[in-house]
Design a protein around this ligand. Structure first.
Ligand SMILES: NC(=O)c1ccc[n+]([C@@H]2O[C@H](COP(=O)([O-])OP(=O)(O)OC[C@H]3O[C@@H](n4cnc5c(N)ncnc54)[C@H](O)[C@@H]3O)[C@@H](O)[C@H]2O)c1
Length: 288
């Protein structure tokens, strides 16, 4: 698209890395920011592994870790995104983590620069309000793994401008993806349903109604889903699932969103799914 060449990516976890690889596949330059040098060193290794995996699964968009990193500048200072033409924020799913980022982004990037919020459930309107320029802030809910998923849920905050919506949808097109536009509501369309389903599947396991394998098999073999809800939770990260369901619980004040105690306990135990090597299933030795 016309003016976007460099994209600022905030947060280099599961989503920030996936977004970075997808951006590099589409030829954009990236400024990738996370909190510490140590995290950024780990990110370089993980990006190389991820790029190999995505190349294997989708040879048409083959890219090497070196090609991703050659066009990616890594920083620990958020101010590095000041020169970006567009920003995608992917920091931890906690309002207290995102709040200072949005306050600073509002001061940093040039007015009119679209700021995409990649959150699972936090209202876009609330984050937009922190910037002092809510018209530039828009939800861009990428699906995981980003390089393999064809569609992005784009969310119109209450004050997002039509121009920002148009520019972001054009950008998503340039990434080779489609967009579906919805209005702001906690969890949007996808996660309001998805997080409940995942949490309910954890309750089924907690209550001994079925094993993890059998619960997931029913979704795959009876409903034709690519993976069951528990494997999906492992892919998302159980810490992120818990934070997301807690956001929905806080926002709607509805007990249907109370997190299953087994989910909380697994997060306490460091069983975060694929990214930690174990969750409902074991990933040790089979790549993450
Ligand atoms: N995991 C998924 O499947 C998924 C899908 C769509 C959206 N999301 C959303 O994307 C966001 C990121 O999720 P994730 O799964 O990548 O989480 P993650 O825990 O894997 O990564 C979060 C990253 O943010 C970094 N971070 C924290 N504070 C920061 C700061 N001040 N500046 C820069 N970086 C900071 C952390 O160090 C970490 O590397 C969340 O809001 C989540 O809800 C996740």
């Amino acid at each position: 698209m016309a003016s976007v060449e460099t994209v600022g990516v905030v947060g280099a976890g599961v989503m920030g890395r996936g977004v970075t690889i997808a951006l590099r596949q589409a030829g954009f330059s990236v400024i990738l920011v996370d909190r510490t040098e140590e995290i950024l060193e780990g990110v370089q290794r993980t990006i190389a592994q991820d790029a190999r995996l995505y190349t294997l699964l989708s040879p048409k968009t083959a890219i090497t870790g070196d090609e991703v990193l050659a066009g990616t500048r890594l920083h620990t200072d958020l101010d590095a995104v000041a020169k970006a033409d567009l920003v995608i924020e992917n920091a931890t799913e906690r309002f207290t983590v995102k709040r200072p980022i949005y306050q600073r982004l509002g001061e940093l990037v040039a007015p009119g620069t679209p700021i995409g919020v990649n959150t699972s459930a936090i209202p876009i309107t609330r984050l937009g309000g922190l910037t002092g320029r809510p018209e530039d802030v828009i939800g861009t809910h990428f699906m995981n793994p980003v390089p393999l998923k064809p569609t992005v849920e784009v969310i119109r905050g209450r004050r997002t401008s039509e121009e920002t919506i148009g520019r972001m949808r054009e950008f998503v097109d340039a990434l080779g993806k489609k967009s579906v536009l919805v209005n702001d509501s906690p969890g949007f369309v996808t996660n309001r349903v998805m997080m409940l389903t995942v949490n309910e599947a954890v309750f089924l396991l907690h209550e001994g109604v079925g094993t993890a394998e059998d619960i997931d098999r029913l979704f795959v073999e009876c409903f034709g889903h690519t993976m069951g809800p528990l494997e999906t939770a492992d892919l998302i990260g159980l810490d992120t699932v818990l934070l997301s369901i807690e956001v929905l619980h806080d926002e709607f004040k509805d007990s249907k969103y109370r997190p299953c105690p087994l989910l909380t306990s697994m997060v306490d135990a460091g069983l975060h799914g694929r990214k930690s090597g174990r969750g409902f299933f074991d990933y040790e030795g089979r790549g993450k």
